[in-house]
Design a protein. Structure first.
Length: 251
């Protein structure tokens, strides 16, 4: 690790990861954004899912100023955040076989929709099964994961596969196994995780790509504006009325 304050070292590490993703995942980001634009054009709906801290990036693209109004959160009780008690229950639920199938059976997802699944490791039963089941339903899947885990960890799904094996588009976050970016001789464990920073940036780049692709086709992207700027609420009301049948977070 280079000299300097830990804060500076973390910024350097995060910036390096963002540059790697920008340079190495450009083609996949374009493919993911185009997939979302295709789905919107065809009348499909958009969903995002992440468990634990991966849910932060999913939530960041739902009901978001400057974001696509059609992006909905696919919620799985007990795994969306650390508000569940005990917090370790969320981690345990990610490893439960069959849970994803039940969730999808009770969800509004249907053929022609698109689902973004975020899982740093991509090894747990929940995201793997969710991707498999979604594709069986005719849903296209975008996976955001660290591909490195598939080479150095064991899958926790009965198939022995990972999230990356069941996606139409895979976005590699480049995050190292264990997530933490820094080490110090005086600190007994690696620290300063960067997965949230990088994954959120990846997804926002995908959303930007989708918006641009729609505009290139002569379609006004269904974007939300901030409610804290004049005219924002009126703008959003118009968008939500026009696309109300594809927006589930207001129902």
């Amino acid at each position: 690790m280079s000299d300097g304050k830990p804060a500076d070292q973390f910024f350097d590490a995060a910036i390096d990861l963002l540059r790697r993703v920008r340079d190495e995942e450009a083609q996949s980001i374009t493919a993911a954004g185009t997939l979302l634009a295709d789905t919107v054009t065809a009348g499909g709906r958009l969903f995002a899912f992440g468990a634990g801290h991966s849910s932060l990036a999913a939530q960041d693209v739902v009901y978001r100023a400057g974001g696509l109004a059609l992006m909905n959160l696919l919620s799985v009780p007990g795994v969306v955040g650390v508000d569940v008690r005990p917090a370790t229950l969320g981690s345990a639920l990610e490893r439960v076989d069959g849970l994803a199938s039940v969730v999808l059976d009770c969800s509004p997802l249907r053929a022609g929709d698109a689902l973004v699944i975020i899982s740093l490791s991509g090894r747990n039963a929940l995201p793997v099964e969710m991707a498999m089941k979604a594709r069986e339903l005719g849903v296209q899947v975008i996976g955001v994961t660290s591909v490195a885990y598939a080479a150095r960890t064991r899958s926790r799904h009965a198939s022995g596969t990972y999230l990356r094996d069941h996606c139409d588009v895979v976005l590699d976050s480049k995050i190292a196994i264990g997530d933490a970016t820094l080490t110090l001789d005086t600190v007994p464990a690696p620290f300063a995780p960067a997965s949230t920073v990088v994954t959120s940036a990846i997804l926002q780049s995908v959303m930007a790509t989708a918006a641009g692709a729609l505009a290139d086709r002569g379609i006004e992207p269904p974007l939300l504006r901030s409610g804290n700027v004049d005219g924002g609420h009126e703008w959003n009301a118009r968008v939500m009325k026009e696309y109300g049948d594809r927006i589930f977070y207001q129902q």
